[in-house]
Design a protein. Structure first.
Length: 328
């Protein structure tokens, strides 16, 4: 018969095995806290989210201060993912212990084909499952991009149309990223401008868009001017009220006067004092009819041309063009 193992020996082996498992577990926790649950990993998670255009993940990891629903317009996934350039090729440049157990983490990255760096501050939160470190990026205020669109409260950032609420607005943006700011509508457009925001301490250049009138605006102004002059041409007197043209005639006019528009002023628009201004342009109209000489009483046909100067101020409101003519 085989010998029976004593209960004491079984208990000893059990304790040894349990102790070994505890040691392995402790070493595993230490290893994970050293290599996985680290300040550097927290910063890398944020940068990776930005590089992937995932603004929701980036905001969750950064948890920036001072945000509310009113100033999140440029923080959407559509805006970030549409950036002309996002960070890549991340390399840990170093870590540095700060006061109160905080750690500064610096990463190098590539943006716009150039190497740059960003530094984050991480602080330890409550442990995960009581054993794993939970490093979180310390909340910081996001950098702001100040945009001015003269005469408009709408702008396009990375191709996404946004309502600013006013012609000038300062919008929080995620970093690092290169943003393309532009404006385009049926009647007005602006050439896109690119701005790179490198870190949370960056102060990007303000963007003031230079607007230009589209051919459609010129055509619409021309159409309205032509319609106004055509309405004036329906008048049957030598000096139509509220119209830019008139002729003098010392004889007696018999019957009605007929007007013909010979030349509609050429439309050239420029921006001035918050409105579109049409440069002074020349037009011409001709009056014709029958006159009677006040001395001889002789009747005859007359045909007289009137050359006039025409300019206008043009405003755009709610997609509609308003032409306010100016003439002597």
């Amino acid at each position: 018969m085989g010998r029976l193992t004593s209960p004491r020996r079984i208990t000893a082996w059990t304790l040894v095995a349990a102790g070994g498992l505890i040691v392995i577990g402790v070493l595993g926790v230490l290893a994970l806290n050293h290599w996985v649950y680290t300040p550097a990993r927290a910063a890398l998670g944020y940068l990776t989210a930005v590089g992937n255009g995932d603004s929701h993940r980036a905001l969750a990891l950064l948890n920036p201060r001072g945000l509310d629903s009113a100033n999140r317009a440029a923080l959407s996934k559509r805006v970030l993912s549409g950036a002309s350039d996002l960070p890549e090729d991340f390399d840990l440049a170093g870590t540095r212990e700060l006061s109160d157990g905080r750690v500064a983490v610096t990463y190098d990255y590539t943006l716009n084909d150039s190497r740059a760096s960003a530094t984050f501050v991480a602080e330890k939160g409550p442990s995960r499952w009581l054993v794993f470190n939970d490093w979180r990026l310390r909340p910081e205020k996001l950098p702001r991009l100040t945009i001015t669109v003269p005469g408009s409260s709408t702008v396009a950032i990375n191709g996404v149309r946004l309502e600013l609420g006013s012609s000038t607005q300062s919008l929080p943006v995620l970093f690092p990223a290169t943003y393309t700011v532009g404006y385009s509508s049926k009647y007005v457009r602006a050439s896109p401008e690119s701005v790179t925001v490198s870190s949370h301490t960056a102060t990007p250049d303000d963007v003031t868009l230079s607007l230009t009138a589209t051919p459609a605006l010129g055509r619409e102004v021309h159409r309205q001017i032509k319609a106004s002059l055509t309405a004036c041409a329906d008048a049957t007197v030598l000096a139509p009220s509220g119209c830019p043209f008139a002729v003098n005639n010392d004889n007696k006019i018999l019957g009605r006067v007929s007007w013909t528009i010979n030349k509609v002023p050429t439309v050239e628009l420029s921006r001035a004092h918050g409105a579109w201004v049409m440069a002074d342009a020349t037009g011409e109209a001709t009056a014709s009819g029958t006159e009677m000489d006040i001395v001889t009483a002789k009747k005859s046909k007359f045909r007289t041309s009137s050359t006039f100067e025409y300019s206008a101020t043009v405003r755009i409101a709610d997609g509609r063009v308003l032409v306010m003519p100016k003439f002597d």
